[in-house]
Design a protein around this ligand. Structure first.
Ligand code: HEM
Length: 420
């Protein structure tokens, strides 16, 4: 048979079958129940509305994109973000519903690039049983008892170290100092590393490069921040692995130092995680603890000068505790002292509310979900926007106003912070 005859027969067959295909497609569409998706705009193919959604904005606002979308579609809307169809929720009720149904209707679903840089065993990437196991290991290490006995003492020590390094009337960057303090605290708790030691400073340098890449576009090309971060990640992991091998040797020889009561020792003794899993756990804990806490501390320093009355009340609360300790001859800060810092806790809550250190979370629906008449299809991305709840005027009176005293009233009413 000639080529042209073959082409003719093939085309005729396709044309003959076409109406049947179209008929099947229409039938399929008709047999599917119509979904009641929230209103919204899916934007451009593939990119969707991601660029507008990620456009930088002040932490104390929800940004222009969110404002416009809420005004147009309401607090629950559909979009296409991070390459996937998504439901965005600025609704306190839906956010609570999502978090309460973690593992049942929804699961963690961060973009794939996060796994590439934080590691496939990072808690932000894991789901299911492995996620639960990693969480249990971390929470057992950070137990209430340990917080009381170890963490508080170390917080006091590291704070004094930073404060004493400031000379009178000198200018300093609150963000840099907060990062230094938090890194030193985390390095001590994770691997018993001391501030100022050569290896601590080297690790800090690599960590800074690593962090720049975590928050950059995931482009693995020569010269990009992401490529440099991947290189720093390998150096950091090699460093932690070296520490691990040294520690294992000492544990086997019964030559442990009592000082090394840290996360590394804890996982080596109380878990059967592989080396790769331990490395990712340690790096992701360093990241989770450092980035959030340092930004929160810097934000408190930023907000407080706007409320001299709050500074005055903070000073009085701390002076009162110091006076009482002097009378009893106590020197170190205790858990009871910490519990007595009621107004300080209000300042922390208000900083976290207005500062929105973590603005939204990444989740995915693992089943078809229905919420207040809207359908959320299985597999769709779901983004609970915590910041929108923190800045909602129907929940917080004058939400843009730094007002720590609101927490005295809210605590009486039993209202928790969404980031808790
Ligand atoms: C102001 C300080 C902090 C804020 C605002 C904060 C906020 C958050 C938020 C919103 C999440 C949920 C992420 C999600 O589920 O998608 C989270 C998870 C997590 N945070 Fe923090 N965090 C802070 C400090 C810390 C510290 C100091 C540590 C560790 C030492 C830490 C370790 C973790 C870990 C391990 C997770 C993952 C938990 C899991 O997936 O089960 N965080 N944090």
């Amino acid at each position: 048979m000639s080529d042209s005859l073959l082409t003719f027969y093939s085309l005729s067959a396709i044309l003959a079958l076409l109406p049947i295909f179209i008929f099947i497609l229409i039938k399929r569409k008709q047999s599917k129940p119509r979904l009641n998706l929230p209103p919204g705009n899916m934007g451009w193919p593939f990119l969707g509305e991601t660029i507008g959604y990620l456009k930088p904005y002040s932490a104390t606002t929800i940004g222009e994109f969110m404002e416009q979308h809420i005004a147009r579609y309401g607090t629950i809307y559909k979009s296409k973000l991070f390459g996937e169809p998504a439901i965005v929720s600025a609704d306190a009720g839906l956010n609570r519903f999502i978090l309460q149904n973690e593992g049942k209707l929804f699961e963690c679903s961060y973009p794939r690039s996060i796994g590439g840089i934080l590691g496939k065993w990072s808690m932000l990437v894991l789901v299911g049983d492995m996620h639960r196991d990693m969480r249990v290991i971390s929470l057992n290490f950070l137990s209430h008892a340990r917080l009381r006995t170890h963490l508080l003492k170390e917080v006091e020590k590291q704070s004094l170290l930073v404060l004493n390094s400031w000379s009178q009337n000198s200018i300093f960057s609150a963000q840099d100092e907060a990062k230094k303090f938090t890194f030193n605290l985390m390095a001590k708790h994770i691997m018993s590393m001391d501030p100022g030691d050569i290896e601590t400073e080297q690790l800090k340098k690599e960590y800074v490069t690593f962090m720049k890449g975590v928050v950059s576009a995931p482009l693995n090309l020569p010269g990009t921040a992401y490529r440099k971060a991947l290189k720093s990640r390998s150096i950091i992991l090699k460093f932690i692995e070296g520490k691990m091998e040294e520690r294992v040797r000492r544990i086997q020889e019964g030559n442990e130092s009592l000082e090394e009561d840290d996360l590394l020792n804890w996982v080596l003794k109380h878990s059967n995680l592989s080396t790769e899993q331990i490395l990712d756990l340690i790096l992701s804990l360093l990241f989770a603890g450092h980035e959030t806490s340092s930004v929160a501390i810097a934000l408190a320093i930023y907000f407080l000068p706007g409320s001299p009355q709050a500074i005055q009340q903070l000073r009085e609360e701390h002076r009162e505790i110091a006076r009482a300790k002097k009378q009893t001859g106590e020197v170190e800060l205790t858990w009871d002292d910490y519990k007595r810092m009621e107004f300080t806790h209000c300042v922390v809550n208000e900083t976290l509310r207005l500062g929105n250190v973590v603005r939204f979370l990444h989740r995915k629906a693992v089943k078809d979900v229905s919420y207040k008449g809207y359908d959320i299809p299985c597999g769709w991305k779901v983004l609970p926007v915590i910041a929108a709840v923190h800045l909602d005027p129907s929940l917080f009176d004058q939400p843009q106003h730094f007002n720590p005293w609101r927490w005295q009233r809210l605590r009486q009413l039993g209202i928790p912070l969404a980031t808790n």
